[in-house]
Structures are given as C-alpha cells and as structure tokens.
Ligand binder design. Sequence first.
Ligand SMILES: C[S@@+](CC[C@H](N)C(=O)[O-])C[C@H]1O[C@@H](n2cnc3c(N)ncnc32)[C@H](O)[C@@H]1O
Length: 209
Amino acid sequence: MTSSPSVAFFERQFERQARSGEYALNPFELAVLPHLQGDVLDIGCGMGNLALAAAGRGCRVIALDASTAGIASLGDRARAAGAQVVAQVADARTYETACTFDAVVSIGLLMFFDCATAAALLRKWQAWVRPGGAMAVNVLVEGTSYREMFGAEDYCLWKPDDLDREFAGWVAPRGFSQSFDAPGGTVKRFRTVIATRPRPQDAGPSLTA
Ligand SMILES: C[S@@+](CC[C@H](N)C(=O)[O-])C[C@H]1O[C@@H](n2cnc3c(N)ncnc32)[C@H](O)[C@@H]1O
C-alpha cells in the first residue's frame, strides 16, 4: 500500500479525529450527498463519513482509501450501524473494477497526483458511471497557497476551468468554487463539479432519424 507523505498526513488527522469522535460531513460532502443513489463508489473516502451518510439514505457503497486509519474507522462504524458499506484500503491509482455505478465520487483526491495522471484517472472513473448516473469531483485549484498536505511527491493544482471542461457533454453540470483560510495566513481554493452522465436519448435525434 502507498505510504506517501500525503497519506501519512491524513493518517495522523484521521487518528486524531477518530479519538475525538469528529465525524461531521465537510461542505463538499454535504453538497454531494443529495446526488447519491443506488450503487455508489467513493474513491479517496477518507474516514468515510459520506459513505456512511449515503448508506443511511439506502445506497450500497464501495469506499476506498489509501489510509488504513480512515478505512478502519469506516469499517468499524459501518459494522456497528449494519450499513451497506464495503470499506477497502486501496491505491486509487491502481484500483480497477469491472463494475459500474449510479454514482462515482472523488472528493479531495485528484490533487495528490501529477496533473496528467489526475486527468487520466478522472477519465477512467467517468467510464464507471452508468448512463443517467452522477459523478462528483472536488479538487484544489491554482491560487491555493496551503501546501502542508503535499510531500515532495508530485501534486496538481488544477487550472480553474479544467475540471469543468472534463465534464463537457455531461448533463446539467453544476460547478462551484469555494475558498477557505488555512494555517499561516494561507488559503485553500477548491472547485467541485457534480454532473450526470448522458443517457443515449440525451444526445438528441441523430441526423438520419
Ligand atoms: C483531502 S482527503 C479527502 C477525504 C474525504 N474524501 C473527505 O472529503 O473528507 C484526501 C484523501 O485522499 C487519500 N489518498 C491520498 N492518496 C491516495 C491514493 N493514492 N489512493 C487512495 N487514497 C489516497 C488520503 O488518504 C485522504 O483520505
């Protein structure tokens, strides 16, 4: 399993949060939750607070993360709640599945790889969304000056419009930007896009019809 400095950063954070019972959904998870239904894949689920909330709404969730602390916390809480959540330690860069999903979510993950890898992963995951299903992605964008969670390894601060461009042709894409003050007078700037994969009939009539 990956033991990158960024994953180690989150291991420490999740261990602290598990000790103090901090399980609140973050603002991105709150925005995404209403769009989840059916079979859900959460890639880079962290402590799995969104996965548990989705299961509470009747979703069947596969949630994966490279953090053993995050997945252990999720697994324990899912078992205690009898929730339909499969919690897996996995490296998102190499994770493969033959399944498709009604929703694929990745919040706060695709900045931890170089930009070419991040874009290639996003496109691979888009193909796992069933027609009519939803995808929700959140990344850090240029202008972010807080860098503590990045180690010496590659990372990607997305260009402002790049994430939205990846969803060209999807139905009803909703994009929103949020900025948060961070330690040491720094700032974190995020872009989130939630969109629906077109069904064949969404493409409009063909020219030969
Ligand atoms: C900013 S946190 C977001 C967690 C969660 N989605 C949330 O919204 O709270 C980033 C997550 O990405 C995970 N991560 C980083 N690199 C990863 C990798 N290669 N494979 C899987 N997860 C990874 C970290 O362990 C961490 O849980």
